[in-house]
Design a protein around this ligand. Structure first.
Ligand code: DGL
Length: 269
């Protein structure tokens, strides 16, 4: 048993999709969340810059004596996971392997789509992870760089005209490939699930990278006997590198609970 908190970080709101699922699977756990909102998006930056930002995020969380770290950002995982995993003597979780495995085991026709930021798609990490499960699968990837700014600006409703137009432009080529499974390879994208589902149709299974990883983290921490025995609800504290108010409003809407008052602004550099 281990009552210390779990640290989770992302470039912005996206990692909350992981926090929401973690709190569902592990309600008694305390969580420290960092959203680097002052520097979002990470996905259009160079690998070196992403490693520097992710290292600063991880260092901030490590200051809370956390027992495990979840890099709830595909972009940071595909550029900086090895560096962070080597740097800390605690379980460090990435968000690519679990959804890749779920997709590889779920597809019926062997055609999987992957959407993510420029950096994630450029890394080829999803393709490699899927093919390591089954080399015969076909993988079709597309970068969707405008999705993150849409989400960060609250423009993710299923009827949002801008979101629908942009999503159509990114996703129609994937639909035409006949994929039956689509990995949302960016933790921001589940907020656009309604929009994405509308374009892809109900026959395409959407795989949420944060949710799949939260399930894996819950099982792994339990297997290591590292869960807190708190029978009540754990505390979640939120830190951001830009205005706390804007984040609190969007986060409260997404999490369906009022987090105003729990969000603090900090500086990393
Ligand atoms: N949510 C992040 C991801 O999973 C990154 C978005 C960004 O900052 O570009 O890739």
């Amino acid at each position: 048993m281990n009552a210390r908190p779990i640290g989770v970080f992302d470039s912005g709101l996206g990692g909350l999709t992981t926090v929401k699922k973690l709190s569902e699977f592990l309600p008694g756990e305390d969580i420290i969340y960092l959203g680097d909102t002052g520097r979002v998006p990470y996905g259009s930056r160079s690998k070196e810059t992403i490693i520097r930002y992710a290292s600063q995020d991880a260092e901030f969380l490590a200051g809370f004596d956390i027992k495990a770290m979840v890099i709830a950002c595909n972009t940071a995982c595909t550029s900086a996971f090895d560096v962070l995993d080597r740097s800390y003597d605690m379980p460090v979780y990435e968000v690519v392997s679990a959804p890749a495995r779920t997709a590889a085991l779920s597809t019926k026709n062997g055609k999987i789509g992957v959407i993510g930021t420029n950096a994630t798609i450029r890394s080829g990490a999803y393709e490699a992870a899927i093919k390591s499960v089954n080399p015969d699968l076909e993988v079709f990837s597309a970068a969707c760089p405008l999705f993150v700014p849409l989400v960060e600006n609250g423009r993710y409703g299923a009827e949002d005209i801008a979101a629908l137009a942009i999503a159509e432009d990114y996703l129609l080529p994937l639909r035409e490939k006949g994929i039956d499974t689509l990995i949302l390879g960016c933790t921001h994208y589940p907020l656009l699930r309604g929009v994405i589902a509308k374009i892809m149709g109900s026959d395409v299974m959407l795989v949420d990278s944060g949710a799949e990883t939260a399930r894996l983290v819950a099982g792994d921490l339990s297997g290591r006997d590292m869960l807190s025995q708190n029978p009540g609800r754990g505390n979640v504290r939120y830190f951001v590198t830009d205005s706390a108010d804007g984040f609190a409003t969007l986060a409260s809407r997404f999490l369906e609970s009022n987090v105003c008052g729990l969000v603090e602004q900090i500086t990393l550099e």
